[in-house]
Design a protein. Structure first.
Length: 395
């Protein structure tokens, strides 16, 4: 099996981000990170536009069907290289912003679907993450990665096998998404749109019914090789999405006990959420096992169950973020939630009996949702193993 530098068979380059004054409410579309889901799917509509003059000046940054886009810049290096998008006709011709690094296959030498699956394979994603410098991924570094180069027919055969396996994985994802959409529709049916409050429920600032804050700062040199798990925004988001995680960072038990005594630790029913939470991945703490979390990158809502039901509040906030996140958070590339924003955020306060009724519906559906997600995780593991074999020449 021959391996060749990616640059020999693909173009690798950055997109172009328009300045604020160059952005328009309509015109020629630009593809931003927030236009793509965590699963690497186009959301269906663009939020940002430029005029035709900008589009023509930067025509080299226009997306072509089959381009592979990799997350290039974010506030947190943990996110860089973690999201990819395989461009379809839905975004063809849009300008890729500088948030993306673009890989464009030379179709005379390599199949674009083959390149996509190679980039998505666990070993390549690991290599890409290792190339991150600060919070950036540079084309010259990615272009040096070596891609296996099979003959054209073999490339197409491998891509077709992985396409079929990926289609099964995506169907499982869609099942989970449909379940989430059902629960959101139940919320809206029972309580109405939290942005417009059509049912006229009482409203109160979140900070008036819950404590809102973060953790005490833990410095890098205070981390240990084992002990009490220490969660970043990444792990908290995964827990909020009912994913099983394997802790990577720890603090000592002595340090944990000191933090617990000085400022307290989350209790069962409290809510934790990443500071970047546009997708509403909020974790309701569901166990009493010791853990701690990163200040600033994780926000902590101390729920008073006498004033608001924890499960109701989690779903209320999720629905609110999905509908109105850009007006709640602050920032440009990745809008972040701030403690002050959450404290002043107005929430609906329907009767507690109705909140509890909704919570019971959620809890009944939770068991089925967990089973679906475990099946998805198992399938993702099998898909990763299959792709590894494919690019080792074992299919």
């Amino acid at each position: 099996m021959i391996q060749t530098p990616l640059v020999d068979v693909c173009e690798v380059f950055n997109g172009k981000t328009p300045s604020k004054v160059e952005q328009r409410s309509s015109g020629h579309p630009v593809l931003k990170i927030k236009d793509v889901t965590e699963d690497g799917l186009f959301r269906g509509e663009f939020e940002s536009f430029v005029d035709e003059g900008f589009a023509e000046r930067h025509s080299a940054k226009k997306i072509k069907k089959g381009d592979i886009l990799i997350l290039n810049a974010a506030h947190n290096a943990d996110y860089v290289g973690s999201k990819g998008y395989f461009a379809t006709e839905e975004v063809e011709g849009a300008i890729a912003t500088g948030e993306w690094l673009i890989v464009r296959a030379n179709k005379e030498h390599i199949d674009s679907s083959f390149v996509w699956h190679w980039i998505q394979s666990p070993s390549t994603r690991f290599k890409i993450k290792k190339l991150v410098k600060g919070i950036h991924l540079y084309p010259r570094d990615v272009s040096r990665l070596k891609v296996p180069l099979y003959n054209p027919n073999e490339q197409k055969r491998i891509a077709a096998i992985l396409d079929k396996a990926d289609a099964i994985r995506r169907k499982r994802q869609q099942t989970i998404q449909l379940a989430d959409e059902f629960l959101r529709s139940v919320f809206l049916d029972m309580f109405g749109d939290p942005v417009t409050n059509p049912k006229g429920w009482d409203m109160v600032e979140l900070g008036k019914v819950c404590g809102v804050g973060s953790s005490k700062r833990v410095f890098v040199d205070e981390l240990t090789e084992s002990g009490v798990p220490f969660f970043r925004g990444t792990e908290v988001g995964q827990l909020g999405d009912n994913e099983d995680i394997l802790p990577e960072l720890f603090i000592s038990e002595e340090h944990y006990e000191k933090l617990k005594k000085d400022s307290g630790v989350p209790r069962v029913g409290d809510l934790l959420l990443p500071s970047i939470c546009h997708d509403g991945r909020i974790w309701k703490v569901d166990h009493e096992q010791p853990f701690y979390f990163k200040d600033g990158r994780v926000l902590w809502i101390k729920v008073d169950e006498e004033k608001v039901n924890s499960e109701y509040l989690r779903n209320h906030l999720k629905t609110l973020f999905l509908a109105n996140y850009s007006k709640i958070a602050s920032g440009t590339t990745f809008a972040e939630l701030k403690i002050v924003n959450l404290k002043s955020l107005k929430i609906l306060v329907p009767p507690m009996s109705l909140q509890k009724k909704f919570s019971e519906i959620i809890l009944r559906s939770h068991e089925m949702s967990v089973l679906h997600k475990r099946a998805l995780e198992k399938g993702a593991g099998l898909f990763g193993s299959l792709s590894q074999r494919a690019f080792r020449g074992e299919l």
